[in-house]
Write a protein that binds this ligand. Structure first.
Ligand code: BGC
Length: 450
């Protein structure tokens, strides 16, 4: 047995998102969001689940901060629901919405837990969707106004801000495949949405700088490591295209002020049709303080000329292990990714803003939840992170997804990602899983036993 010690000021945290846990979907003046609309549309979410009640965090946030204290978290990453603050997305502010987040932040500060806020984790006010949502460039202005309200309100107590969570998913799942709200299936629209999201990010960062706030701002991307099935040239190119599609499309504009050329060629007309204005790329590149990374799995691919999807075909190795999402468990991918980011894109501080796994957890007869598979998953990924830090990567913190089981988007409540079990049948009772106790031990010792 040996111990891997993390850097002294390393931040151990956990993350959630508003729509996935809060519930109270129509309370205290909150407006409708696109996820309220989507989940209430039959056939969109597994089992007809909605976020109406979710984990009831809106009413139980104090109890939840107690859980965080019990686990010993240094920091908690959560998102603010735009329609709770601005029920119509713009115009009148809902004071009760601000009060809720003020209460949560105060509770966290009292407990010595550092709040990290995501401005947009997918729950756009429905009223803005009626005006075209993220596909309409006007939204950039509305997003910056919304951000400014929060910067002014909480700028002194929130030390780190994240503009967007996974713009890739908003663009391509929300507007390409359509399996997320608002359920649009149009690749051209998806590309425009990606651009508008990036622009809104850049302008929000610019606004943040203008306000001269004494804290940090960044963005969170879902990133993969992509590998070819063979060393054949075409397979290699397919793997690179996959990486450009998911990572490069966001990393290159943010850090290099351009879209990745290799894939621009593939998009052809669709790219040429985009509304990208003269100053946009410079604005998107506005300097950030850190990059947030959500890592879950890798991508293994081969070239297939018949595949409509950029000539790429995904490969599922037989001898690998998979989570309940059917995602391959591949911790080395996290190490490879961190090294690559460091070498090719930025030496800015990096944070793992999400990493974790869904498994079919059950309450045991003794009342506990024995999720050894989640412990194994996290352990292997922490080791990868450790190795990257040893090699000089400026990784400053790690947020486990998720603090609690929650509404897993199109999968509803059927997938459990939490280190806390939510007993939906029994009044949303909370039970810390074995992984939460295991995590507590790591945090206390700031080290991992291997
Ligand atoms: C999202 C979370 C989601 C998690 C697991 C990320 O894509 O940010 O909201 O629950 O992955 O799918």
């Amino acid at each position: 047995m040996s111990r891997l010690y993390f850097p002294k000021d390393f931040i151990w945290g956990s993350a959630t998102a508003a729509y996935q846990i809060e519930g109270a979907y129509q309370e205290d003046g909150k407006g409708e969001s696109i996820w309220d609309r989507f989940s209430h549309t039959p056939g969109k979410v597994a089992n007809g689940d909605t976020g109406d009640v979710a984990c009831d965090h809106y009413h139980r946030y104090k109890e939840d901060v107690e859980l965080m204290k019990e686990i010993g978290l240094d920091s908690y990453r959560f998102s603010i629901s735009w329609p709770r603050i601005l029920p119509k997305g713009k115009g009148e502010i809902n004071q009760q919405g601000l009060d809720f987040y003020r209460g949560l932040i105060n509770e966290l500060l009292k407990a010595g837990i550092k709040p990290v806020v995501t401005l947009y984790h997918w729950d756009l006010p429905q009223a803005l969707q009626e005006e075209g949502g993220w596909a309409n460039r006007e939204i950039v202005k509305h997003f910056v106004n919304y951000a400014e309200i929060l910067f002014n309100e909480f700028g002194d107590v929130v030390s780190q801000w994240i503009t967007h969570n996974e713009p890739f998913v908003v663009a391509f799942n929300g507007h390409g495949s359509g399996d997320h709200a608002p359920g649009i299936k149009d690749q051209q629209v998806a590309l425009q949405v990606a651009h508008n999201l990036l622009l809104s990010h850049g302008l929000a960062v610019k606004k943040f700088r203008e306000l001269k706030l004494d804290n940090e701002i960044g963005i969170t991307l879902n990133l993969i490591s992509s590998y070819p099935i063979s060393d054949n040239v075409e397979d290699n190119k397919a793997a690179k295209r996959m990486e450009d599609y998911i990572n490069g499309w966001f990393l290159e504009p943010l850090f290099k002020g351009r879209y990745p050329e290799r894939i621009v060629e593939f998009y052809g007309e669709k790219f040429n049709n985009l509304d990208i204005r003269e100053d946009d790329m410079g604005l998107i590149k506005e300097e950030i303080d850190f990059l947030g990374i959500n890592y879950y799995s890798r991508s293994l691919v081969r070239y297939n000329k018949d595949s409509k999807f950029l000539g790429i075909e995904g490969v599922k190795p037989q001898d690998s292990q998979y989570t309940a999402m059917d995602w391959e468990i591949y911790p080395k991918g996290l190490y490879d990714l961190l090294i690559k980011l460091n070498q090719e894109y930025t030496q800015k501080p990096l944070y793992i803003t999400e990493n974790g796994a869904a498994f079919d957890d059950k309450i045991s007869e003794g009342g506990g939840v024995h999720d050894q598979d989640r412990i194994d998953y996290l352990k292997a990924h922490f080791q990868s992170a450790y190795k990257a830090i040893q090699e000089g990567v400026a990784l400053k913190g790690y947020y486990v997804w998720s603090l609690m089981d929650n509404f897993e988007w199109a999968y509803g409540y059927s997938k459990r990602f939490g280190i806390t079990y939510i007993d939906y049948e029994n009044n949303q009772r909370r039970i810390l899983k074995d992984s939460a106790y295991w995590y507590k031990n790591i945090i206390v010792n700031n080290s991992l036993e291997v």
